[in-house]
Write a protein that binds this ligand. Structure first.
Ligand SMILES: Nc1ncnc2c1ncn2[C@@H]1O[C@H](COP(=O)(O)OP(=O)(O)OP(=O)(O)O)[C@@H](O)[C@H]1O
Length: 309
């Protein structure tokens, strides 16, 4: 279990983390979400004891991580890929770390197999691709068979096969009753992996809820309609508070009305419908809605350098 209590971190004038409290429970995968610069990495670094909090506390399995007698067996963490001695082979890296906690060659070779690095185990990790470095980082996190794992962007650089593999691995770890805490900007992947979410924006907790609840509370529900009379239906549905978009001929995506309202309006006008479906919002839509006011870095699709007057 990870417990964070009124944790604050200031860098000069910047408050990176602003008195946040949350608990990461064992047995479920908890996702840590937030826009760029929200404070996720800073929080994880403080939990790991790599950054000293300005105030507040955090504990891993009941005590500050820095005080754990055998940290690698308490919590395995992946913060930055490739944070290893680049000249060393993957196997030697794991063996050297394993030696500090009584883990030998057998478990090292097993873990190399689990993360899919057996064939390159003797090669210098300096030549590893981003995804291979990530796999090695995950093997390192699992080395001490820890009760808790904390992973910052674990799917970063992984190919589709690797992403599926880590999703299943994390689910297995949680099913074994372990605490699993991970950050990711890949919303579709997080939606498939996590059961609980902690969302942070500008250093503050915006949500700490089960995934299903987080998505359900979004107002982004829409209705998808397919009709041979799409044009007439569109004119009928347009009213204040209703947005009607069309992504294909004969298809309308309606927000602001329920499917029964759309169906009744169509029936009253004698319009034929071929399909009428409620579309639940995605995690991405729910996340964008919640964090709209907490995004510090906005991009633009204008690559011309011209700005609107
Ligand atoms: N060592 C540091 N010195 C000064 N400011 C820092 C430092 N580390 C982080 N910050 C600032 O703290 C804030 C939170 O940064 P942090 O890296 O924790 O965010 P994040 O949620 O992990 O972002 P991202 O999604 O981009 O990785 C940002 O404004 C960042 O610029």
């Amino acid at each position: 279990m990870i417990e964070v209590h009124e944790l604050t971190k200031r860098y000069g004038d910047v408050t990176a983390v602003d008195s946040i409290s949350f608990t990461v429970q064992p047995g479920v995968i908890t996702g840590f979400l937030g826009p760029n610069g929200a404070g996720k990495s800073t929080t994880m670094r403080m939990i790991l004891g790599l950054d000293r909090p300005t105030s507040g506390t955090s504990t891993v399995n009941g005590r500050p991580y820095a005080e754990a007698p055998a940290p690698l067996t308490e919590m395995g963490a992946l913060l930055e890929a490739k944070a290893i001695d680049k000249g060393r082979s993957a196997r030697n890296h794991l063996l050297a770390l394993g030696a500090t906690i009584g883990v030998g060659a057998r478990r090292v070779d097993h873990l190399l197999d689990v993360v899919g690095l057996t064939e390159v185990a003797g090669k210098g990790a300096g030549g590893f691709s981003l995804g291979m470095g990530q796999r090695l980082g995950i093997a390192t996190a699992l080395l001490g068979d820890p009760q808790t794992v904390m992973l910052d962007e674990p799917v970063n650089g992984l190919d589709p096969d690797g992403i599926l593999w880590i999703r299943n691995l994390l689910k297995e770890l949680a099913a074994e009753g372990r605490t699993v805490f991970l950050s990711s900007h890949l919303m579709s992947e997080m939606e498939l992996t996590a059961e609980h979410l902690v969302v942070i924006g500008r250093g503050r907790i915006l949500a700490d809820v089960p995934m299903a609840e987080f998505i359900a509370q979004s107002s982004q529900n829409s209705v998808q309609v397919i009709s041979p009379d799409a044009g007439r239906l569109r004119d009928l549905l347009i009213q204040p508070g209703v947005v009607v978009a069309s992504s294909a001929p004969g298809r309308l995506d309606v927000t602001g009305l329920s499917s029964s309202q759309v169906g009744e309006l169509a029936a009253a006008a004698g319009l034929v419908l071929h399909q009428l479906v409620d579309v639940a919002p995605s995690l991405e839509e729910a996340f964008m809605e919640l964090t709209r006011d907490a995004v510090d870095y906005h991009g633009s699709t204008d690559t011309t350098g011209r700005t609107a007057a």
